[in-house]
Structures are given as C-alpha cells and as structure tokens.
Design a protein around this ligand. Structure first.
Ligand SMILES: C[S@@+](CC[C@H](N)C(=O)[O-])C[C@H]1O[C@@H](n2cnc3c(N)ncnc32)[C@H](O)[C@@H]1O
Length: 227
C-alpha cells in the first residue's frame, strides 16, 4: 500500500491521534458525513472504516452502522473487503467511504457490490484525495509540515507524487466505477493534506494556500444517490 500506511502508520498513529484527539476523526469530516446522511435511525455501511472512530460516532448518534475494513484497526470494524461483504441486497439506507475507495481492490467489482448493498435512493458519501490534483507543490508542503513534526527527510516531492500515483486509484476512475449504480454530484474540492498524518490545526494554512492558488485542492467530496 502507499507509503501512507505500511511505514507511516506505525510511525504516525500516535501523531495523528494526538492531532485529532484519541479516537476522534477530523471535525469537518464528521460534519460532512452527519450533514449529508439521512437522519437516524438509518442503516449505514462504512467502507474502509480503519480504526472505527467515525462508525462509533455515528452509532452514538443513533445510526445502525456496519463498518468494514480488510485490515481493521479498532473495535466494531468487521474484517472484510467490500466486494466480499455478505449482507442482504438493498439492506443499507446509506454508505460512507472516507479516503478508502482509492485503495479498494478490485475497484469495479467493489463498487458494483456497493450498489447492490444499498437500497434505491440511498445516499453515498465519498470523501477522497484526488490523485490527479496531487502534485509536487502539494507533496513539498506536506513534507515540510511532516518535517516540522519531526519526521525524517526520507522522501522527495518527486518520489511522493510517483508513489501516490502508482498506488492509488484516481478520482476519475472511482467516479466511473460508481457511475453504473450511482448518480453523483460534481466533486466539491477542498483541503485534505492537513489530515494526512499532520494536524487539524494546519487546515486554515492549507486553505489559505489553496485560496491564493499556491496549492492544489487535493481533497474532494461527493454526494451520490443510488439509482
Ligand atoms: C486511508 S485509510 C482510511 C481509514 C479511515 N476511513 C479514516 O479516514 O481514517 C483506507 C482504508 O481503506 C481500507 N481498505 C482497503 N481496501 C479495502 C476494501 N477492499 N474494502 C474496504 N476497505 C478497504 C484500508 O484497509 C484502510 O483502512
């Protein structure tokens, strides 16, 4: 997997937990999800739930959440890949995928399975990093912030960009895989780098650079509806 998880995860789990507070996912992610989900009670599938923090927050809010991840890192997350999830067709009212679809394999079969699992009219919320927007300016800024947190200078912007592009599905390919089952709005672009093993307090700095045209907006959010 992208250098993001295999090496960085060991090195930075503590740092990102310190950034977000133990067991807490970035506030704007929680807000995006909560604001666009149907109100509880509703049955929600979370794809690529990782540590399970978002799923837990949604359960506390009254949602019936099935959280899945082939490599779960917390309680309440079922160890299964999306294309292998055995649940009744049309049994979810909504699905959420936070920076997970870019990792999912096989992408097309997984998105087809997702479309089977949710009912017609169900909401799908996708929060992504758009690999197509990620360039050397973004990588250089990210490496600079990582350096300020004490991480070693073991990558260059060029190797970061090559790594990201080699390992992650571009947003366009994800959109195409989803299009067969979902009607999606245009991506809403914004910051993302601040929450990639950095610190939520860096969000205004990233937004300011995006506003001045000095950084690409590598984050993208999509609200889609099952056809
Ligand atoms: C960058 S992490 C994001 C985790 C979590 N959503 C978060 O925001 O912290 C991507 C997650 O997608 C998971 N993933 C990879 N392939 C998957 C698949 N086929 N089905 C479901 N999840 C998958 C990975 O194991 C990983 O935990």
């Amino acid at each position: 997997m992208l250098l993001g998880r295999s090496r960085l995860s060991r090195e930075t789990t503590a740092a990102s937990r310190a950034a977000y507070g133990a067991g807490v996912i970035a506030a704007d992610v929680r807000a995006f999800v909560r604001a666009n989900l149907p109100p509880p009670p509703a049955r929600v599938l979370e794809v690529g739930a990782g540590e399970g923090d978002l799923a837990e927050a949604l359960r506390i809010a009254g949602y019936d959440v099935v959280a899945i991840d082939p490599e779960p890192r917390g309680d309440g997350v079922r160890a299964v890949a999306l294309h292998e999830l055995d649940e009744p067709a049309g049994s979810f009212d909504a699905a959420v995928a936070v920076v997970s679809l870019h990792h999912v394999e096989p992408l097309e079969a997984s998105c087809a399975r997702l479309a089977e699992l949710v009912r017609p009219g169900a909401t799908l919320l996708v929060d992504e990093l758009d690999v197509g927007m990620y360039d050397e300016r973004a990588a250089a800024w990210w490496l600079q912030q990582r350096g300020a947190l004490g991480a070693g200078p073991d990558h260059t912007p060029e190797t970061m960009v090559a790594d990201v592009r080699r390992h992650l599905h571009p947003l366009q390919r994800i959109a195409e895989a989803l299009a067969r089952g979902f009607e999606a709005g245009p991506p809403l672009r914004g910051p993302y780098l601040y929450r990639w093993y950095l610190n939520e307090s860096l969000r205004p700095a990233e937004e300011d650079l995006i506003a001045r045209g000095a950084l690409p907006a590598v984050g993208a959010r999509v609200v889609a509806r099952r056809r």
